[in-house]
Design a protein around this ligand. Structure first.
Ligand SMILES: *[C@@H]1O[C@H](CO)[C@@H](O)[C@H](O)[C@H]1NC(C)=O
Ligand SMILES: *[C@@H]1O[C@H](CO)[C@@H](O)[C@H](O)[C@H]1NC(C)=O
Ligand SMILES: *[C@@H]1O[C@H](CO)[C@@H](O)[C@H](O)[C@H]1NC(C)=O
Ligand SMILES: *[C@@H]1O[C@H](CO)[C@@H](O)[C@H](O)[C@H]1NC(C)=O
Ligand SMILES: *[C@@H]1O[C@H](CO)[C@@H](O)[C@H](O)[C@H]1NC(C)=O
Ligand SMILES: [Cu+2]
Length: 498
């Protein structure tokens, strides 16, 4: 079971955290401070970008002492903070990052979780493990050896295609959950997603580029919305490669190659019977149909407003994160007036979700989503199914939907309007992939299922950095279970005041 950080509204680090009987204790110290890169001053951890990689074993307790030496009174974290996690049920790769938009671009790093002592991976032992945060990178390899590349998309607003010239990869885990080995010559990841691949250096001695660039999906009036179209490259250099050598460049999929992205996203299957495999819960207690997409924000009354601002919503509710008391504190201390528990389980108005006509005669009244802080309250152990439906309001886009606190199974995904009559019988209830972030297909839908067996307040939001602050979010309030282990602990004494 994963445990919450009591830092909801003023979180410095966002990590999947857990409780259980601990194996070992890993303590790390982070200094958050300024760093000059290409004459620009940024804020980073310990003078490096990305920040330090933390390696832990399943079952370890990780304690991170964070000292703020930056000029920002970071997220109300003025001097120092201790963050404690126990990693219980997972192996694989996660990333830690600041939860404040302008810092997330530089305050982050990799967290790798290895099997506990005397346990092994469900795949052949790699020669080395290498976190790859998609940025300029040089990797030296020995011909014939197999490497475990732990790939993290740390971009703020871009899904990325990733490819290595002349090499195939075998995906073995995603979002720290194992998958059936999946052979591919490219990878797609959304912000927050991780992909672990085995790479065998089986090509002639030489140097090969690995490259990543945008998978762009946002379309307005039939045209791709402008996006950062640069290519980021790293080099895989074989030992013994004569220098200088011009690396070979891979041919990346086109920016808008949705069929390729879909092929990858739907090709992955959970590793049934592997470590930490959970069968799909078959009985659903709480079913939700949730539209996700862009919207317009109504002008506040009694102000002069120069036209509506862009916003985003889930089921036509545009989420406002409370200031002052966090949702988790309000939930724990039973404080009224911070949130309401009436997040709609289905759209109030049914419409042809993926028809572009919704954008005719703008501003169309249907494009306006009210602001609110609506959440869903769940009894402990409720099985929840969510059908995410992208809308064409202002234009379709693939949103990487990220759920805190739980992994979910992805049962199905497709394009257009979700049709229960035809799709429900095609759900994969046998070996679906488990993730914590699903890239809902552009102009399409995805179905996820999870068991709410982790008490606390858990955000569900789009992981594109520009969509969370404008409202593409909601939260689940999960009540306590019957035992001490399933009861939310009190906030730590050193909880920073937001
Ligand atoms: C960060 O820097 C401090 C001070 O130099 C050092 O003590 C600490 O070990 C570093 N942390 C990591 C995770 O490398
Ligand atoms: C990237 O975008 C710029 C500006 O929109 C454009 O001039 C350039 O041709 C684009 N490059 C690629 C590779 O599409
Ligand atoms: C807006 O202004 C009118 C007239 O001044 C006032 O009667 C009304 O209460 C105001 N509404 C709000 C929401 O402040
Ligand atoms: C969203 O809610 C507003 C306010 O009730 C309404 O005017 C609008 O039509 C709704 N839009 C959709 C897509 O449901
Ligand atoms: C939660 O659900 C699981 C699986 O159905 C069951 O084994 C367990 O006893 C339940 N726990 C509680 C507290 O209801
Ligand atoms: Cu989004």
């Amino acid at each position: 079971m994963r445990r919450h950080l009591f830092l909801f509204a003023c979180t410095l680090l966002h990590l999947a955290a857990s409780t259980a009987s601990a194996a070992g204790i890993v303590e790390r110290t982070f200094y958050v401070k300024s760093l000059t890169v290409s004459r620009q001053v940024i804020t980073a951890v310990n003078g490096s970008l990305p920040g330090p990689t933390i390696h832990v074993q399943e079952g370890d307790t990780l304690i991170v002492h964070v000292f703020n030496k930056s000029p920002y009174s970071l997220m109300d974290l003025t001097k120092s903070l201790n963050v404690q996690f126990t990693i219980v049920k997972q192996e694989g790769t996660l990333w830690w990052h600041a939860h404040v938009s302008f810092l997330r671009s530089s305050v982050y790093g990799a967290l790798t979780i290895r099997p506990r002592h005397r346990h092994s991976y469900p795949f052949p032992k790699p020669y080395r493990e290498i976190p790859i945060i998609l940025e300029m990178y040089e990797l030296n390899v020995l011909q014939g050896k197999t490497y475990l590349l732990r790939i993290i998309n740390a971009a703020l607003n871009r899904q990325l295609f990733y490819k290595i010239a002349n090499h195939v990869m075998t995906v073995v885990a995603i979002d720290a959950s194992y998958v059936e080995p999946y052979v591919t010559d490219f990878v797609v990841t959304g912000p927050g997603q991780t992909v672990d691949v085995l790479l065998t250096a089986d090509q002639p001695v030489g140097s090969y580029y690995m490259a990543a660039r945008a998978y762009a999906t946002a379309v307005v009036a039939g045209a791709l919305v402008r996006f950062a179209n640069t290519t980021t490259r790293g080099v895989i250099a074989y030992d013994g490669c004569p220098k200088p050598a011009t690396p070979l460049m891979p041919a990346l999929p086109a920016f808008n190659d949705t069929p390729m992205a879909h092929k990858f996203f739907t090709g992955l299957k959970g590793l049934v019977g592997g470590p930490f495999w959970d069968p799909v819960p078959l009985k659903v207690d709480h079913e939700m149909f949730v539209t996700i997409g862009l919207a317009l924000e109504p002008c506040p009354t009694n102000t002069s407003c120069k036209g509506p601002k862009h916003s985003a919503s889930m089921n036509n509710e545009s989420f406002v994160e409370p200031t002052g008391l966090s949702l988790l504190q309000a939930f724990y201390y039973n404080v009224n007036g911070i949130y309401t528990t009436d997040f709609p389980a289905k759209p109030a108005i049914k419409f042809d979700y993926t028809n572009d006509d919704i954008n005719n005669n703008p501003p169309n009244p249907m494009q306006f989503a009210p602001k609110s802080t609506k959440v869903t309250k769940l009894k402990f152990n409720t099985t929840v199914e969510i059908i995410f439906q992208n809308t064409n309001i202002l234009g379709p886009e693939s949103h990487p939907m990220h759920l805190h606190g739980f992994d979910f199974h992805i049962l199905a995904q497709g394009f257009g309007n979700y049709n229960p009559a035809t799709e429900r019988k095609k759900f994969n209830l046998i070996n679906p992939q488990k993730r914590n972030t699903v890239g809902v297909p552009v102009g399409g839908w995805a179905v996820i299922r999870f068991v709410a067996n982790n008490p606390g307040v858990w955000l569900l939001h789009c992981h594109l950095d520009m969509h969370l602050p404008v409202g593409l979010a909601t939260a689940f309030l999960v009540e306590n279970g019957p035992t001490p282990e399933t009861t939310l602990p009190p906030p730590p004494a050193d909880l920073p005041q937001c």
